[in-house]
Design a protein around this ligand. Structure first.
Ligand SMILES: [Zn+2]
Length: 192
């Protein structure tokens, strides 16, 4: 008998209550030993259900939603790890979305700001197909500079005439030199 009731507890919340009323009615029949056993199962079952409920809630809250085109995602993840290396720990890939689309004109990428949903980076599909590795990284890092770091454009140049930041607008008169030898310094400036 106890095994049968035990299974009911596990399968559904409702039978817990209907079954518990039966237990009380059996008190007068003198089956005290079984009743105590079943009462223990009842308490145990409630605890298990509560724990299961808590676990579900935590799972829902911590499941990250990533809404980034698979072709762009590696560059978002790289940005996240470069940020982490400089002390900025944040799930950036869940905070900004990324899409490939026909942006049009001379624009190869743009950041769209939203107040009630994640900011979106739009990348021109045709540009992306033909872009080199460093150009892709530069573009995503620049747009995440707007979309995640909330930075504006900066067109300052050093004495050699090179842009001091990858947040340059492309319309100033500094020269952009993003390559293996300058990358580290540019990223330090970006996250500083
Ligand atoms: Zn920009």
């Amino acid at each position: 008998m106890s095994t049968k009731v035990y299974l009911l507890y596990y399968k559904s919340r409702l039978p817990v209550w209907s079954a518990s009323f039966n237990f009380h009615s059996r008190v007068s029949c003198g089956e005290n030993k079984y009743i105590m056993l079943l009462k223990n199962y009842w308490i145990l079952s409630v605890i298990i259900l509560l724990l299961a409920g808590l676990t579900n809630c935590q799972t829902e809250e911590t499941t990250p939603v990533i809404n980034i085109d698979a072709r762009l995602l590696p560059y978002f993840e790289r940005f996240e790890s470069e940020a982490s290396a400089r002390g900025i720990e944040a799930p950036i890939t869940t905070l900004v979305s990324g899409k490939l689309a026909e942006v049009g004109g001379d624009v190869v990428g743009q950041c769209e700001h939203y107040t009630n949903s994640p900011n979106v980076i739009l990348v021109d599909q045709q540009y992306w197909q033909n872009a080199k590795e460093f150009e892709k990284e530069y573009l995503i890092f620049h747009e995440l500079g707007h979309c995640y770091l909330e930075r504006n454009h900066l067109d300052e140049k050093n004495v050699a005439g090179n842009c001091i930041s990858i947040m340059q607008s492309g319309q100033g008169n500094c020269r952009m030199t993003y390559n293996y030898s300058t990358r580290e310094a540019y990223l330090d400036e970006l996250f500083n």
